[in-house]
Each structure stands twice: as C-alpha cells, then as structure tokens.
Design a protein around this ligand. Structure first.
Ligand SMILES: [Fe+2]
Ligand SMILES: [Fe+2]
Length: 225
C-alpha cells in the first residue's frame, strides 16, 4: 500500500478531511462487483472510449442492485429526527402512508410512492414533491409520478382552517385524467397519516418492493428545457 502524504486539511461541519497529494491505489473505493474493473485515469477528461464503455456496462447492474437500499437509507436517516409539531416525524408519516397502502392491497408502484412521497423533506423541503417525483419517474407509471409531484397542491384541500393556504389549489387540475387518483391518494394516505397511534410496518417490509421497482430498466427522462 502506497504512502499517503497529507498536505492540507479542512473542516466541513466540524469533521476534519485530509487532502492528499498522491494517488494511492489502495485509496480507491471498492468495486461493487469484484469481477468488474476500474477505469484507467483519475480525471474525466483523460477517459478513453474504452473507459466510457466500461462504465456504461457496469452502471446498470450497480444501480439495479443498490438504488433501493440507498433510497431506504436516506429515509432511515431521518428515523430519529424530531417533529416540529406534528404528532409524528416525517419518517413515521411516510411509513404510515406506505403501511396503509400495503394493507389496502396497492401495487408496488403505489406503495413505493406512498413510502417515498415526502422523502424530499429530508434535504429539499421547498420542492419535496418534485424531488420524490424525479426519484420515481424513471421507474413507475406516469400516473404515480403525476400524483407524487402534485400531492401538496391536492393536500391543501384538507387544510380546512389554514389561515393562508389555497384550499382550491387543486381545482386547476379538475378534469385531468389523474385528478381523482391524486385526490384519493392525499385523502386516504397522506392527510391522515400523522397519527401517533397509527400502524407502522417495519421499514424492511418495504425493501423487496423498492428492490423490484428500482431494479427496472430506467426510462430516460426528457431533457431540461
Ligand atoms: Fe408532502
Ligand atoms: Fe405526506
């Protein structure tokens, strides 16, 4: 194992990170599949066509195997977060919604959406619906993506005494093919799953469901405008 010379250090969020000035082969992250290979260079502008082809071949099985666990770990990272006022934190709300969807016999796409619909609150609260929709979009049907992306607009319908929310926000979608499905999702699984007494399945219950969803070949999303 080659020596690593620390030439500088920095602090991010209280953690010290060492910076290296040597390339240490043993410092590379382990490969997902021991039978796979590393690219040659250590910077993208030096990659050859063979390096790019290697990555293109090795990426799909990696994502299919790891993405479900990564999404679950992201959600699990908020398990012990406090609540800012609701009876349950966002993690428990997500689990309650998915538990209810599963008990209702909903399919994989729907249960995955229920579990992940508010995952964006962990790191992207101001557009949390879009965050979750983008996460799911390559893998689930377009109706589910539509519901997840707009669920906050539909939820406002239930804010009966909210001092400023527009309870009629969802009306701009009245007549849309997915209007009723979005209204049902929010009414049945979202606005009522902030209950400290509600059933909560173990997170591991949903692992095989997410594994099936994220193991699908991802659809390409339209390019940014
Ligand atoms: Fe939400
Ligand atoms: Fe929610």
């Amino acid at each position: 194992m080659g020596a690593t010379i620390v030439v500088a250090g920095t602090k991010v969020l209280g953690h010290a990170f060492a910076m290296r000035d040597t390339f240490d082969l043993e410092a590379r992250s382990r490969l997902f599949d021991p039978a796979s290979q590393y690219v040659g260079p250590s910077r993208l502008d030096e990659f050859t066509a063979a390096d790019w082809n290697l990555l293109a071949a090795q990426r799909p099985p990696y994502q299919a195997a790891l993405q479900a666990g990564q999404a679950l770990r992201l959600l699990a990272s908020s398990k012990d977060d406090p609540s800012f006022g609701y009876h349950v934190n966002n993690y428990r709300h997500c689990v309650q919604a998915a538990t209810l969807a599963l008990a209702d016999g909903r399919g994989d796409d729907y249960v995955a959406a229920a579990l992940l619909h508010d995952i964006g609150f962990i790191a992207c609260p101001t557009s949390h619906g879009r965050f979750a929709a983008q996460l799911l979009a390559p893998y689930v049907d377009e109706r589910i993506v539509w519901i997840v992306e707009r669920h906050a607009e539909f939820q406002a319908h239930h804010y009966n005494e909210h001092p400023s929310a527009d309870r009629r926000a969802r009306e701009r979608w009245r007549g849309h093919p997915h209007f009723e499905a979005a209204a049902e999702f929010v009414q049945r699984y979202d606005q009522c799953t902030v209950d400290a007494e509600a059933k909560e399945a173990k997170l591991s219950t949903f692992e095989p469901i997410l594994q099936r969803v994220f193991a699908r070949a991802p659809r390409a999303l339209p390019p940014l405008p």
